[in-house]
Design a binder for this molecule. Structure first.
Ligand SMILES: [Zn+2]
Length: 179
């Protein structure tokens, strides 16, 4: 009789342990972005995946410090300091991060602002726009559609034919002369 009791207790303990191992768990419902990320200071649209996707460390290794600050941290280069505000060669301006063609020299104009300015991107799908409410202003931010690199802003005070002024940081751009 005592032996049977011991046997049943052993069976109960084994059953409890087995249940702990195989019991169903609630599905993992943690969001893909940490809840502590403030959308106002998040540098890229939440959850947005670009065709060219690199880690922060990879961008830092690839870019010089100013290009990194501007393209990946939405910085702005000082006016009249960049390579291209006073640049008049014929050719194509490309993304410094991923090489995608962004602007054509034919659409470039002298805005007098100290930043290279264009009336339009080389193709509508080359850039994406997003409302930027930083620094107490409402502006339209422009970034590369392929890698998300911050390029600058677009303003509705440009010349013909579009009336738009794409105000772009030189440091966000590369340049390929026309052949
Ligand atoms: Zn890019």
């Amino acid at each position: 009789m005592r032996f049977l009791l011991q046997y049943l207790m052993l069976l109960a303990v084994a059953g409890a342990i087995l249940w702990l191992i195989v019991r169903p768990r609630p599905a993992d419902s943690s969001p893909s972005t940490p809840a502590m990320l403030d959308p106002e200071t998040t540098q890229q649209p939440t959850g947005k995946r670009y065709p060219v996707q690199k880690s922060d460390a990879e961008w830092q290794a690839q870019l010089d410090p100013l290009a990194y600050q501007v393209t990946r941290r939405k910085g702005t280069e000082r006016a009249f300091t960049g390579l291209y505000y006073n640049h008049h060669e014929r050719g194509t301006y490309t993304c410094i991060c991923c090489g995608q063609p962004l602007f054509a020299s034919d659409d470039k104009f002298d805005s007098g602002t100290g930043w290279p300015s264009y009336t339009r991107p080389i193709a509508p799908q080359a850039v994406e726009e997003e409302t930027d409410r930083s620094y107490g202003m409402v502006r339209t931010e422009v970034h590369c559609s392929r890698c998300g690199a911050h390029l600058g802003h677009v303003f509705p005070d440009g010349p013909r034919p579009t009336g738009l002024r794409y105000c772009i940081n030189s440091v966000s751009l590369g340049f390929e002369p026309a052949k």
